[in-house]
Design a protein. Structure first.
Length: 437
């Protein structure tokens, strides 16, 4: 009984300490004025999310123009995070309150994941200690104190991970998986290849034993994902698209500067206008101050650029982007303590990918009744999802941060026996021994 109390006390103290670190950085952001309205609402992507959320709260319309009129520019952003953020506005429009509510939501979901992992892995409470590092995973921590969508996406992917590895032979499906998978895409579309790969594995896992469930879950997933592109089509009558940024992102990932200037820090800051020279003047004239029309022109120009260059140049661009994707070190200086610690964590994630590659060389089929094999399948989906997104558009340190929490937990589960041995040794050596004395 005393041992249980000791374990609970240790976990509580460590957890409180780690959450206090987040509170410290929240306060730091507050001190430098990050949550002042005049600054926050003009702060690029996070500010745009705030404007849309505020508009939804006040006018019940997905827009960024303080009115009941839907705007094309608002569809530059995927819908889920602005809708969630808009619910926070029902409590307060104070940005400090909003960031605290965001933190409470994320911490609550992360605690739920930890409890689920404890149950599924049959862990003692004390063995959860290494998993508590998710609360201070540097890239998550960096975005969790802002209104970017990266941190909430990372938490949702972690939740999907926990649900997927909890599947059992007697219970191969879970209604939350198709719902959560589609929500993740609608939160951060850069995750789309990862989600599609993992969800396909999930459907194949069930197709023989639960055919009707497989069809139903596939339909639920498709219905939720496509409801937004269909909404955009009926609202603006300019085609079916997920976000208005598609054309711009494609142009940033495929242009004449990529092979020589692309890096894992500034990918999102690349000049999307480079490919406009591959579009005729008639197409340019159709833009007419329309973001959606501009997106189509970007797409046309990028396709023309890809057709123009040689196969060798295409391979060179792909190689540069994929190599950059897996480089744990910023290819452009990023000062700061969090950025420095992030390098260590990204190197650790490379170790997880190496473990995956070693597992792939073992001539044994993946057994979805084994938790470790399910973890490997999630890592496999992340690995190839990143490669596919690198090729199609581009990735980078910011976009890949959405997988940090899941890769960290994967590392702990894949090396669980060693970690438990170390923890048991530490507990016996430093806690029980002191008690005996």
């Amino acid at each position: 009984m005393n041992k249980k109390i000791n374990n609970r006390l240790i976990v509580f103290i460590v957890l409180t300490g780690l959450i206090s670190i987040k509170a410290y950085y929240l306060n730091l952001s507050y001190q430098i004025g990050s949550y002042i309205n005049e600054i926050a609402y003009k702060n690029g992507d996070p500010g745009h999310y705030l404007k849309i959320a505020k508009n939804i709260s006040e006018y019940k319309v997905f827009s960024d123009n303080n009115s009941t009129v839907a705007s094309e520019s608002a569809t530059w952003r995927p819908p889920f995070w602005p809708f969630v953020l808009s619910q926070f506005y029902t409590f307060s429009s104070n940005l400090i309150v909003l960031i605290i509510l965001k933190s409470i939501l994320e911490i609550g979901l992360m605690l739920f994941v930890l409890l689920k992992l404890k149950k599924n892995l049959n862990l003692k409470l004390g063995h959860l200690l290494p998993f508590l590092l998710i609360f201070v995973e540097p890239q998550y921590l960096k975005y969790s104190i802002t209104f970017w969508s990266e941190s909430i996406t990372a938490v949702l992917i972690l939740l999907l991970f926990a649900l997927f590895i909890s599947l059992r032979n007697l219970r191969r499906y879970h209604i939350a998986i198709p719902i959560l998978s589609s929500i993740i895409i609608l939160t951060h579309p850069v995750s789309i290849f990862f989600v599609l790969l993992l969800f396909t594995i999930y459907l194949l896992y069930n197709i023989k034993s639960n055919f009707k469930i497989t069809i139903l879950h596939g339909l639920i997933f498709s219905a939720i994902v496509f409801v937004w592109p269909i909404r955009n089509h009926f609202t603006f009558d300019k085609g079916i698209y997920l976000t208005a940024s598609q054309g711009s992102s494609l142009s940033k990932g495929w242009n004449e500067d990529v092979s020589s200037q692309f890096n894992n820090v500034d990918g999102d800051l690349a000049d999307e206008n480079l490919n406009l020279k591959y579009v005729d003047s008639i197409s340019i004239s159709t833009i007419n101050n329309s973001i959606l029309n501009l997106s189509k022109v970007y797409t046309t120009g990028t396709k023309n650029f890809i057709k123009k260059i040689s196969f060798k140049e295409r391979i060179k661009i792909i190689f540069v982007k994929v190599k950059s994707n897996f480089n744990p070190i910023p290819e452009k200086p990023k000062p700061g303590f969090i950025e420095s610690v992030s390098i260590i964590f990204r190197i650790i994630y490379l170790i997880v990918f190496i473990q995956l590659i070693i597992r792939l060389f073992i001539k044994r089929k993946f057994n979805l009744d084994l938790i470790k094999d399910k973890v490997f399948l999630v890592v496999l989906a992340i690995f190839f999802g990143q490669i596919m997104m690198s090729i199609y558009l581009y990735t980078g340190l910011r976009f890949n941060s959405i997988y940090g929490l899941t890769l960290l937990c994967s590392l702990f589960i894949l090396n669980l026996e060693s970690i438990i041995s170390i923890l048991n040794y530490f507990i016996k050596r430093h806690i029980i021994k002191k008690k005996v004395k």
